[in-house]
Design a protein around this ligand. Structure first.
Ligand SMILES: [Zn+2]
Length: 65
């Protein structure tokens, strides 16, 4: 299984936007800070495993969404 890295593209006080670094994929997710949760904006290549982190926020295993 392919493994893609996700990086923080934008954040505010409540949420962080992560995007996949693979151009052909384009997966984007929003991760909640205060309340753990994950919203998929663009599914991208959902057969790939996506990992990424920012500070204390880890999104390993985001493909469950
Ligand atoms: Zn990806």
């Amino acid at each position: 299984m392919a493994s893609h890295e996700m990086v923080c593209e934008a954040e505010n006080a409540h949420e962080v936007l992560f995007v996949c670094t693979d151009d052909a994929c384009g997966r984007r997710v929003v991760v909640g800070k205060a309340r753990p949760g994950l919203t998929v904006i663009d599914r991208g290549d959902f057969s790939a495993r996506h990992v990424g982190s920012l500070g204390g926020i880890s999104i390993e295993g985001v493909d469950v969404a």
